[in-house]
Design a binder for this molecule. Sequence first.
Ligand code: CMC
Length: 427
Amino acid sequence: MPPQNVATLSPGKGKQEIELPIVSGNEGPDVVDIRSLYAQSGMFTYDPGFVSTASCKSAITFIDGDKGVLLYRGYPIEQLATRCDFMEVSYLLLNGELPTPDQKAKFVDNIKNHTMLHEQLIKFLSGFRRDAHPMAVMVGVVGALSAFYHDAMDVSDAQHREQSAFRLIAKLPTITAIAYKYNIGQPFIYPHNDLGFTENFLHMMFATPAEQYTPNPVIVRALDRILILHADHEQNASTSTVRLAGSSGANPFACISAGITCLWGPAHGGANEACLNMLEQIGDVSRINEYIARAKDKNDPFRLMGFGHRVYKNFDPRATLMRETCHEVLDELGLHNDRLFKLALELEKIALEDDYFITKKLYPNVDFYSGIVQRALGIPTSMFTAIFATARTVGWVAQWNEMISDPEQKIGRPRQLYVGAPRRDVP
Ligand code: CMC
């Protein structure tokens, strides 16, 4: 009998059995450590989309998709979203513990020190077309930060990594806001360091030189919650992209820019924009059944955007909180009769009662509601994914830093199952 913490693999007739260690984490499924598999058997594993593969060890975020649990550093998202602000959650993700009041004040100060952009970077931005998608601008401008901060880009130096983390977290709202202002042809609004992180973000988006902007506290709280709910999400596609880019020793600005690129896709962070566009396309409650039928049709590529998740198979706890915020904001702004919101609620009801969605465990995800909230806040649809990227930057940076500090870290280099032509000679 093999010891209990070992998995035995029979690689085929006549071949010797292989023992692979089973490793337990603090929560979640055990993993079979297959690092010696190739050396022992000459075989690789095959797992497109990483459906059964843990790509790293991590102590940052835990998800139990069957139970609808999301923990940042052990704390349930429901508690963080209702009792903390985005700065506290950012400190927690980066440092592992919630800050004391002094630690928070110092952290907020550090972030405020870095909110401005180099003026030359603003000139770089003005090379974009006015109608450029904000995510295109973000990919370019965040990557371009690496041309400005040569003083702190030694990724093996923990202080340099911390400095880059502050710069990225502080500058993302400024970059997002100027991408918006550039798009609508308004002058850029400089950061105002007397304001809190989220208020300042709204100020840079909505103030003009001609008019002060005094944000409604309900709106500040709603945006802060959007930032908290999107701050990290374990080894999702964009985070894995950041880790893979960083595994070669690439600088943090280039890595976060790679993460933004991946997030942009409609199956990932682009879903909030795609969801709002879908609601506009459906247009009226009377057409919901037509679209549900399309989503179920195997020959039609149409999917209900904002539904389904690779990990959550019961409910998305972020969606529950975002739904609550949605009601709060629409009530506060007197928009509960909003056409798209009513349509979304009806679509949600019909889909949740439909056998196809029930058997495939497809539930509304966070992005089903976040678009409606952002629209009510006056944020244009094309900006939704940029707001997501601004929030996720802290998670990307925390995960990148964890990877660099991990002594087991190696350059990411997946293998493949080759199905092309065997060796042949040129005629
Ligand atoms: N509408 C209709 N059918 C769907 C949907 C949907 N939104 N999502 C999945 N399915 C079906 C899919 O066709 C497949 O059917 P079958 O088993 O018959 O082939 C089955 O459900 C499983 O889907 P999958 O594509 O194998 O699942 P996945 O885990 O690879 O994909 C997903 C997860 C989120 C990419 C997918 O559900 C999807 O495309 N949803 C819409 C986009 C969306 O809302 N994305 C935001 C995710 S949350 C924000 C974030 O964290 O990025």
